[in-house]
Design a protein around this ligand. Sequence first.
Ligand code: IFM
Length: 399
Amino acid sequence: MATGTFPDNFLFGAATAAHQIEGSNTNSDWWAFEHTASSGCRDSSGDACDSWHRWDEDLALVQSLGLNSYRFSVEWARVEPAPGEFSPVALDHYRRIVQRCHDRGLVPVVTLHHFTLPTWMAERGGFESPEIAARLGAYTERVAGAIGDGIGLACTINEPNIVALMGYLLGVFPPAVRDRKRFEVVSDAMRSSHRAMVEALRAGPGRYPVGLTLSMAEMEAIEGGEAQYAQALEHLEDAYLRAVGGDDFIGVQCYTRLRFGPDGPVDIPEGARRTLMGYEFRPEVVEHTVRRAAAVCGLPVVVTETGISADDDAERIEFIDTALRGVAACIADGIDVRGFYYWTLLDNFEWVLGYSQPFGIVACDRATFERMPKPSATHLGRIARSRELGSPVGAEPRQ
Ligand code: IFM
């Protein structure tokens, strides 16, 4: 494979998550959190991008751009609104999305859990409940039974390390806890839940690759930060990378570089380019994390998320271009990388930060829900169609 080209079966897609785009996910812990004054949430997710109704418009967009895959998540709170009570309407909704993906020539990549819990599960202790793995397993079994024959690729839990970190150590996601012991309990529960979900998916109809999607970063120690760095690497990445043996792929999700000093993460270097999230602009993180994930767990890799929040779409184009060059370099070196999903299709609900973070390759009008593709959408689509990177974008130094 010549450097800068992608295999014919390489997946090019855009990724989304139910709570961030569907709207009115009122039976979930996040909806409750957004409506709690002390949570610090900037907005209510409200109607989000109304993708619960406009999902086929979204699929048409993905298809028209020239991408060959779409990643979305199934919402547990809708599928199982009360313990053991499953909604045929919700399952049928997701079945229609899967079928329509096939009609439109898109490989459907389905995530079973993306950050949210049904309210009833949160009330029973969420990821601290001894029931969690069995409950997620039972929910997954139902979803697999309903749509498994059409799934292209399945992701069990999205960024379990972030759910544990933000919810139980940093206290900024529900249930807003800051407790090292509880963080460790939840981290273990993430891994056992993943295993239960893999089993449930494999026992159902259809044969498709199954994996976990992990948030990774380019981590570095600065002087005196070696212990903090080693601890972060172990708890946030390696403990998961060791637990995915026997899976079919590892999903790598990455956004930036993190540097550690003696007291933990340090601010990004003065003068370094920042994204709107305040992250260091670092598209090279994709190559770094793909190489690391492949080396540590030995599984095929899918870049299930990477992207940038930016008002200036030229920055997004540059990010995508550099990120894909990194992926192409990995492939040229013989690493089995199977796909690249830009986060995200639509400007959407960015959790605590609400609607303040435009990550999308498509803008979404907050009043009319009109979808307006940005030049970065065309750029990604051109690469997906041709399977070739042209000349580098954004090579000129910026002021
Ligand atoms: O929006 C999130 C997504 O839900 C999980 N991965 C990171 C994205 C950007 O912060």
